[in-house]
Design a protein around this ligand. Sequence first.
Ligand SMILES: O=P(O)(O)OC[C@H]1O[C@@H](O)[C@H](O)[C@@H](O)[C@@H]1O
Length: 257
Amino acid sequence: MQAIFKPPKAIRGGIPICFPQFGNCGSLEQHGFARNKIWVIDENPPPLPPNDSNGKAFIDLLLKPSEEDLKGWPHSFEFRLRVSLAANGDLSMISRVRNINGKPFTYSFAYHTYLSVSDISEVRIEGLETLDYLDNLCQKERFTEQGDAITFESEVDRVYLSTPNVIAVLDHEKKRTFVIKKEGLPDVVVWNPWDKKSKAMADFGDEEYKYMLCVDGAAIEKPITIKPGEEWTGRLELSVVPSSYCSEYFDPHQRGF
Ligand SMILES: O=P(O)(O)OC[C@H]1O[C@@H](O)[C@H](O)[C@@H](O)[C@@H]1O
């Protein structure tokens, strides 16, 4: 990617954290400030269930609002992120947002997950068929998806609503499938900028839209409200499996974790 590694702008690629705002639905910068910040290592995070990190390598990160952040979004919080990598390559991310403010606050959230694919025209997403979505290309108008798996032949920028906790992204050419499992994240954003928008983005190669797809576990349509002292958790697990395994592995009705 032609990503630009120059703070304070977000780096395109990876899994930026969109918080406390998704997109431009609010007064903050696009996708909120969290992805543009330097997080610190959390030396002493509150415990998580042992299953979350058994046998995995992990790091705990912490974000607290700066004076500047509080001017634009006057709510004190602690955002803890554990990123874990299992020996088989499974990546999991656990976000915990704690309200340390005197009053409730409300936010949106997304794991803006860039997936690398062999050829976007050979990719399909399973798990979102027949669901309602908000189309960011039509002023967030609500539509209903047809019965078939989602495929790509033009720009897509949608927020699928009330989604199952397991979504599969099948890369036909590479014969591999990304399995996205999530918890606490009812929505799924699907984004591919296609040719025209790619050319308009300085940090994105003209042809790169062919080799990427964003599929984000998110909470957007119904933003999350937490009371003083309360904590919210949102989990995402990303695995890559050979597509031949998929029919056994992939059950959209399965619980996330
Ligand atoms: O260029 P950004 O700020 O990283 O955002 C990229 C895209 O992110 C998607 O999640 C949004 O739905 C799109 O509308 C947006 O264009």
